[in-house]
Design a protein around this ligand. Structure first.
Ligand code: SF4
Length: 236
């Protein structure tokens, strides 16, 4: 009945290990009352720094933005992306489930029946992978809208997608947008339009670190409006 995966997950300089299980979705697809197969969103159970949280992620390896940033000759955090190296080598088996999410979330708007019920107080979007297109963001917003009891945090570098979508619709209060700064050791304190917080990668000796070594379930700074809005962590 349950479809259990062991995977590793990545966001910027973080490496996370997670068990991707039948948390709320027991199947990759379900059959509706008319007998049609309906694809469902894959939910990952996190561990490591994100122990105790769940996530909806996508496949970094097929995301054109990620591919371009990973190959860029600019020394940015994406050039050090563990997700790319892990999914290319020893975590190849995680890619199919993430790819199913890439296909499902970026192709068309989810029906309300496809929107998963999230039985948690905080939840991570895109622990793995980046926004693919406007439809992807619209679907994440819809998931937040239909799960008002949960606070979602989405990390993204795609200001262009955020600006286009949020010019047409409002951001739900239970979705916290975190701008993921790609420049190492250049802490961004000014939040871009629509963003609630910035996330910054620094080298080990850099001052002002307020995220390094913490667990998100204990800290929750990224899942709480107000408080710390400039997150700083040493990359590994
Ligand atoms: S600041 Fe806190 S909640 Fe945000 S990533 Fe770091 S440990 Fe997690």
């Amino acid at each position: 009945m349950y479809n259990l995966w062991i995977s590793q997950c990545w966001h910027d300089s973080f490496t996370y290990i997670y068990v991707s299980a039948a948390f709320l979705q027991a199947y990759k697809s379900t059959t509706n009352e008319r007998g049609y197969t309906m694809q469902t969103v894959h939910i990952s159970k996190m561990s490591g720094k994100l122990q105790g949280l769940h996530s909806i992620s996508t496949n970094t390896l097929t995301n054109p933005f990620c591919i371009k940033q990973n190959k860029a000759d600019n020394g940015g955090i994406c050039t050090k992306c563990y997700s790319v190296s892990m999914l290319s080598t020893f975590r190849k088996n995680a890619a199919p489930a993430l790819q199913r999410n890439s296909d499902l979330l970026a192709r068309e708007l989810l029906t309300d029946r496809q929107v998963p019920f999230i039985n948690a107080s905080i939840f991570r979007f895109s622990a793995h992978g980046e926004l693919i297109n406007e439809i992807h963001l619209q679907n994440l917003i819809r998931i937040a809208e239909l799960n008002q009891g949960c606070t979602f945090a989405l990390w993204t570098k795609r200001k262009d997608i955020v600006n286009k979508v949020l010019a047409r619709q409002s951001k739900p209060a239970n979705l916290i947008l975190i701008f993921s700064n790609s420049v190492i050791d250049k802490v961004l304190t000014k939040k871009p339009l629509h963003f609630d917080k910035t996330f910054n990668n620094v080298s080990k000796e850099h001052e002002g670190q307020n995220c390094t070594g913490q667990r998100c379930i204990d800290c929750r700074a990224c899942y709480t409006h107000g408080g710390i809005d400039t997150i700083i962590e040493a990359f590994k």
